[in-house]
Design a protein. Sequence first.
Length: 281
Amino acid sequence: MQPKTRLILLGTIAAALVIAVVVAIMVRDAVEPPSGTSERLSEEALTPEEITAEVTPHSDGTLQVRQRLIFEAPPTGVADLSWWVGEDQLGWRDEPDRPRYVLKPRIVDIAALELSTAADSTQENPAVEVELTVDLDDSKAHDRFPSTRYIFTRPDVDGGSATVWEAGRHVIDFSYTLDEVYLDIGGQALFVLPLGFPGESSQSRGVRSVTLTDGGEIRCLPSNGTFEPDADCAGLDDRRSGQDGRELTWRQENGVRIKAIGFAPPEGMQTAPIPAQEKVS
């Protein structure tokens, strides 16, 4: 091979390597989840839905949840914003010695606000646009697979409810209390937080982040394996932990194998955990 030809070939290979490295960095940065709950995704982000939740355990066995939902409605709008709450299964009994348990959270004191997306509405000082109407649909509460549905709508200027969320960016703040989630599961006292949240769409990729204000480290609870709290949260994609194990950020994908997270109660509990009901069929 001629020296000139060899130089051209080496230069071409070097240029290709540089391009490959740059592309790899761009892809890595595009899929990297945010490092904390204070960051907000831009409208141009690849993940159009972001959910952050701050969870506070109380000594009476309840969990207070403050959650923010950021989502991008398509050009056709969104017909409704709903939250289905029902029984969740923890563990899968495919063998006699593999128990599975039923999680039946009870929702109390739920409220929701839509925040302004104007430039002067910041994360630290968000401007409230409107208080949302929260309606309960319990028509399936007595089905074989019981569930209730919470529907969030914007009050209309004429006193009715707007059923369509218009195209564009929306920021919603939810506040609610979960009861019957302080459980004795196989001899372990755990607070259990279901990973289904208001406004969550199973069709949408997005980022989820949960921060505990107190209690033990986060343990993910599997839904299709031997019941064993998993400190590594192996069923979640692009997971990241922080704040001494009390913060978890992950990428939401279809087919996630984790239904809930658990954590040890804080000191000073004034009530005993409820024995978790084992599923027998």
